[in-house]
Design a protein around this ligand. Structure first.
Ligand SMILES: CC(=O)N[C@H]1[C@@H](OP(=O)(O)OP(=O)(O)OC[C@H]2O[C@@H](n3ccc(=O)[nH]c3=O)[C@H](O)[C@@H]2O)O[C@H](CO)[C@@H](O)[C@@H]1O
Length: 359
């Protein structure tokens, strides 16, 4: 009989990417795979590309730590989502549930807990997000990407297991030549990649465009702006190439890049770490779970993998100075990154899934 697993996680690509890595490996092993996500979230689009995975949508409510009228409707949506997930889990009868967090995962992990189905959570960030902090009491194991992750609750802390980052393997296969071709760049000048997380970052986009004349004196600039955030009025700048969002091409773009300016989402920074790419991190500074990015970035700065620029200190001269600093000291960051083993997190998680899902 086929082993059955339900995956969940979404809201942004950072809560889906590691799931896709694990799903492709489990498909090769012959598992039956279901995904529970939201009706319109990015997870639906990303998982929808995999024909062998059955996608189920449930209602989902955003969990806010501030007052908003939407809290009233969202709490009902969350409760509805729990009942929908509970019903789906009864029909699917998985041996195990695996969650990568994000609001949509909360009803699924609660539903699994109510049904006594072992649920494993993987926390991508150094500081656990609200969704995972709520879900952890219904889970069997709370895997962490960062060794230093802490959680206040004693019962939750007892479920913690350090695993390390689950990184997309396809990103290793990029080539500099293909990247240069794609962007129409030359091999003579270094390349700076700017990416604002899976949804793009308006503030980083504005800063990059304001700094373009200065940046282009030294670099060719490839800019991943986010959906609907390209500005074609800048296309006439030679050596500047914009994309909304890239899929397989990301491997070639990363291979071609000498310095990367990025938000401090866990997925992006661990991908750059595994490829030994010097980074300038500009973490999301607004409150809520996004505080997670500041902690991720500070940690990478402490380890000597990246330079850090806080949004409140962000202006064109500071940005140009920071980019220059990372480029000039690139071998310092590269050496620090080469000295660590980003590990075999995917294999360890697959073992945990197999163990939890075995009858
Ligand atoms: C604003 C917000 O809430 N951000 C959170 C979100 O970030 P976000 O969704 O930006 O996440 P990550 O940096 O973790 O991952 C982005 C993923 O998208 C991929 N990618 C990106 C651009 C592109 O054009 N093509 C592409 O494939 C990257 O390779 C990466 O795998 O989830 C992360 C993981 O929990 C958190 O750390 C971030 O705080």
């Amino acid at each position: 009989m086929k082993q059955v697993v339900v995956f969940t996680g979404g809201g942004s690509a950072g809560h889906v990417t590691a799931n896709l890595v694990l799903i492709s490996k489990l498909l090769q092993e012959g598992w039956e795979i279901h995904y529970i996500g939201s009706k319109n979230g990015i997870e639906r689009r990303l998982v929808g590309e995999l024909e062998q995975v059955r996608y189920h949508a449930v209602a989902t409510g955003k969990l806010r730590r501030y007052w908003s009228w939407q809290n009233l409707t969202d709490i009902f949506r969350l409760i509805l989502g729990i009942f929908q997930a509970y019903g789906l889990l009864f029909r699917i009868k998985p041996g195990v549930v695996f969650s990568l967090g994000g609001f949509v995962s909360v009803p699924v992990v609660i539903g699994a807990g109510w049904r006594n189905i072992p649920a494993l959570i993987l926390e991508p960030d150094l500081h656990p997000g609200l969704a995972n902090r709520i879900s952890v009491r219904y889970a069997q194991t709370f895997c962490t990407t960062f060794e230093e992750t802490k959680i206040d609750n004693k019962r939750a802390a007892a479920k913690m297991k350090f695993i390390g980052p689950v990184v997309r393997e396809d990103l290793n296969k990029g080539t500099r030549e293909r990247g240069l071709d794609l962007c129409g760049f030359t091999a003579e000048q270094p390349v700076l990649l700017v990416m604002g997380g899976s949804q793009g970052a308006e503030r980083i986009n504005r800063l990059t465009r304001a700094a373009l004349p200065g940046l282009l004196e030294r670099f060719q600039v490839v800019h991943i702006c986010g959906k609907g955030k390209m500005d074609l009025s800048y296309s006439y700048y030679e050596g500047y190439k914009q994309f909304e969002f890239v899929q397989q091409e990301l491997a070639d773009i990363l291979a071609m890049s000498d310095v990367i300016v990025s938000r401090a989402g866990s997925g992006a920074i661990h991908e750059c770490l595994s490829l030994h790419k010097p980074m300038l991190l500009i973490p999301h500074s607004s409150g809520g779970s996004r505080m997670g990015q500041i902690r991720n970035a500070q940690h990478f700065w402490n380890k000597g993998y990246a330079e850090l620029l806080l949004e409140e200190k962000m202006n064109v001269p500071a940005f140009l100075r920071s980019v220059e600093k990372v480029y000039n000291n690139r071998s310092f960051y590269e050496d620090n990154m080469r000295a660590i083993d980003t590990g075999h997190a995917a294999e360890q998680i697959l073992e945990l899934i197999s163990k939890a899902g075995s009858p």
